[in-house]
Structures are given as structure tokens and as C-alpha cells.
Design a protein around this ligand. Structure first.
Ligand SMILES: [Zn+2]
Ligand SMILES: [Zn+2]
Length: 250
């Protein structure tokens, strides 16, 4: 099968590799689509010690079950699914405290085991036992469902920030996560949603979203612009999705 294989900093090559066998008690999935995460993209620029080449990358995917272990009852061949791709052990203290994302024995798809930028993906039994695998409802496109992992990060952040009814929310940065945050804030009942961005083509993209204003941060100071838009009140919640330290300080 073909797969995108990380071969060291700056080198990701599509090449022929062996199709993975069905894991014991797990699933074999034919991948329909896989999004490019910021983590994948950064491998082109800088080293990440967690990624040991050669490695098939990719973890934001949708696929269909083509083979299942005899023990598997919750999934059938043909089911369309996606996954929370950090598989925690379920046995350590952190897992028992509900902090599986910090589990020291966690296994991440596309980092510790081969990822989804490939024609086929092997999903281990542990992922099924831990509830990481999710069926995709009919009516949701493969491309939209593949974003469930970054959307999960956004939902977690907005729960922590307590985004809710009637609030004014400012999102800094209209990259993929900024756009997800904007739509999510709206869905969570925010009254006003503002998005700031300093460059094209993301500015034009942001203007297509259901936000109340898009602030061009290269032309206007976002802080005074938000004060003006809110009659001096400012935002209730500010979510910074830009890695820029200046944006984070403001
Ligand atoms: Zn990701
Ligand atoms: Zn654990």
C-alpha cells in the first residue's frame, strides 16, 4: 500500500509499504481521508523527539472497517469511524484520575504506532477497550469528521474557559483551530464572536464564517478594536490560537 512516511526533519515521502495485518482483537480500516495536523506539518521544519523515523504519520482520519477481530462486537465490517488517537493504558493513577492524556504509557497513532496517512490503518484492541474509536454518523462528511480530534481540543478549551450563553468571545488567529473555535463558540451560545487575523488568505476565509466581526490585526490594534465593538466592555473570553508570543501576551 502507499503511505506518507516521515524519514527525518524535512523529509516526508509517499512510498510503497507493507499493508498492516489485522491486530489481535482490533480492527483493520481502509482510510478515506486524513487531515494534516500542525504537529505533522512541523516535522518538515523541526525535530520532534517523539517521532522516530521511519514512521507513517497522520492521526486525524476517517476510515471504514474492512476486517475485524473475532472478539469485536461493537464494530462491523463497513462501519465508518474516526478515533481519539491518544490511547491511554487505563491502569495507572493518572488514568484513574481521568487524565489519560498525561498517561505515561499512552500510545499515539501516527507517533508511537503507524498512522493514518496510508491506505490502511491497524487499530489495536486497546483502543477499542478504552473507547477511543467512534462511529461517524451518516450525514457527516469524511472531511468534516476527520476534524473531530482538533474539534475535541477546542471543546475541551471552551469547557475550561466556560464559554456559554450571552458571552462575547474573541478568538485570536483564524487558522484551522481558530475557525473551529469561532464556530464552536457560536454553537455554545456566545452572543458576539470576534476573530482577529493579520494575513491573507486566512482573513478572507474568516469572513466566510458566521462571526460578528473579523479584525484585520495588521491594520487595526485588536485590543482597541474589541473595546470599540463592545462599547468599552471588552471580551468575556479570549482564546489565543496563534503561536505568536506578542498575541499571547496581549
Ligand atoms: Zn492533531
Ligand atoms: Zn495510564
Amino acid at each position: 500500500m502507499l503511505a506518507a512516511v516521515y524519514q527525518g526533519i524535512g523529509k516526508i515521502k509517499v512510498e510503497e509499504v507493507d499493508k498492516p495485518p489485522l491486530p489481535l482483537g482490533g480492527l483493520l480500516v481502509k482510510v478515506s481521508c486524513c487531515a494534516i495536523c500542525g504537529t505533522d506539518y512541523k516535522l518538515l521544519i523541526t525535530e520532534n523527539p517523539r517521532f522516530k523515523p521511519p514512521l507513517i504519520i497522520g492521526h486525524e482520519f476517517v476510515g471504514r472497517v474492512v476486517e475485524k477481530g473475532a472478539e469485536v462486537t461493537d464494530f462491523q465490517v463497513g462501519d465508518r469511524l474516526t478515533m481519539a488517537t491518544t490511547i491511554s493504558c487505563g491502569r495507572c493513577e493518572l488514568c484513574h484520575r481521568g487524565l489519560g492524556n498525561l498517561c505515561e504509557s499512552r500510545i499515539c497513532v501516527g507517533t508511537d504506532i503507524p498512522g493514518a496517512m496510508a491506505e490502511y490503518l491497524a487499530i489495536p484492541a486497546l483502543a477499542l477497550q478504552r473507547g477511543n474509536v467512534l462511529k461517524v454518523p451518516d450525514g457527516l462528511s469524511d472531511e468534516a469528521a476527520a476534524l473531530s480530534e482538533p474539534l475535541g481540543c477546542a471543546i475541551n478549551a471552551q469547557l475550561i474557559a466556560k464559554v456559554g450563553l450571552g458571552q462575547t468571545v474573541l478568538i485570536v488567529g483564524a487558522g484551522p483551530l481558530g475557525c473551529l473555535h469561532a464556530e464552536l463558540a457560536r454553537a455554545s451560545g456566545a452572543l458576539k464572536v470576534y476573530l482577529t487575523q493579520r494575513s491573507e488568505p486566512r482573513l478572507s476565509l474568516a469572513r466566510k464564517l458566521a462571526v460578528d466581526a473579523v479584525i484585520d490585526a495588521s491594520a487595526h490594534d485588536p485590543v482597541s478594536e474589541v473595546r470599540r465593538l463592545t462599547q468599552g466592555q471588552g471580551a468575556d473570553v479570549v482564546i489565543v490560537t496563534a503561536p505568536n508570543p506578542k498575541a499571547q501576551e496581549e
